[in-house]
Design a protein around this ligand. Structure first.
Ligand code: 5GP
Length: 120
């Protein structure tokens, strides 16, 4: 079971502009920003704007428009940051076993050079 959404998580505070983030993209459904502790030359996080902790939450509760908007935003961020031509990695840590530290759904985008077997 997914824990209840905590509106005090750090990404929620970024969405409310209570703390700064190094923003790379924003639209109605998604926000993207550079990871504060980059694990690759390019390391960007993309989050949906809705209050979802996990992929389970998001896939079950988000509207088709929110889901499409988020998926499109990830593609746009990859394209606009030069990751598409040479390839990149998309990763989501979900829950305790997945090593999720921030309880607002996010995907990691890694790129900018050859990547090792696993990151984050
Ligand atoms: P998780 O393990 O939850 O998938 O990863 C959370 C990610 O958020 C980590 O890569 C971490 O560096 C990043 N992060 C944590 N706090 C902040 C912050 O305040 N600002 C930014 N830009 N990234 C953060």
């Amino acid at each position: 079971p997914t824990a209840a959404y905590d509106p005090d998580n750090i990404f929620a505070k970024m969405l409310r502009d209570e703390i700064p983030c190094n923003k790379v993209y924003e639209d109605e459904h998604a926000l993207a920003f550079h990871d504060i502790n980059p694990q690759a030359d390019v390391h960007i996080l993309v989050i949906p704007k809705g209050e979802y902790v996990s992929w389970d939450d998001f896939s079950a509760k988000a509207s088709a428009e929110e889901i499409a908007g988020f998926v499109r935003a990830v593609g746009t961020v990859a394209r606009d940051n030069g990751l598409v031509v040479r390839g990149y990695r998309l990763l989501a840590n979900i829950g305790r076993n997945g090593g999720q530290e921030v309880a607002h759904l996010h995907v990691h985008l890694f790129g900018g050079g050859p990547l090792g077997p696993m990151l984050a």
